[in-house]
Design a protein around this ligand. Sequence first.
Ligand code: CA
Length: 229
Amino acid sequence: MRILVVEDEPRMADLLRRALTEEGYSIDVAGDGPEAVWAATERSYAAIVLDIMLPGYDGIEVCRRLRDAECWSPIIMLTARDEIPDRVRGLDAGADDYLAKPFSFDELAARIRSLVRRGATPRPRILAVGDLRLDPAKRLAWRGAALLTLTPRELALLELLMRHPGEVLTRTRIIHHVWDPLYDGLSNVVDQYVGYLRRKIDDPRQPSMIETVRGAGYRLVEAPDKGAP
Ligand code: CA
């Protein structure tokens, strides 16, 4: 299986190449934005590891151009740890996941395995789960016909849940994506925000679309189990 690594720093590119080769992948390396777009539209990759800071144009622009060209290879973006707005922009541009530098290669390999398993998925411009809809570019969400009034943090949490419908997301993963990998505040912040979100998205007469999975985390479901609390 072939993976494209897009990284301009030779040392980092080499580390990535060696680590991923050991995982059994064949690796191509692109060193700038235009080269990355050319390579990824020229052949199909099982996954693309994309650094944000690149010469030519940056990783976000690469991502946008690939999605516009209907190249749906799963993309994991590498960001510096203090570039939270970049992560949000990256996901808006069509990246599937991101990892903050510095990261462990084990973590990267695990994320790539999961992306490769999922495979290339054409991405609708509007996310939809049941009668929930979310437009990542316009930062708007609806339940049925009703526009939801969400804070940026609530919207980011809902977007993460909607990008993984039916999948249990741990509190750690949610904090990593919606807050910061180094967030050291109270861990119950996730529970608190899930509470805010439920009050805004749920029909109070129905079970919540956001299920609590005891000891594991949260899961967004299209048709909530009527027996669930
Ligand atoms: Ca770079």
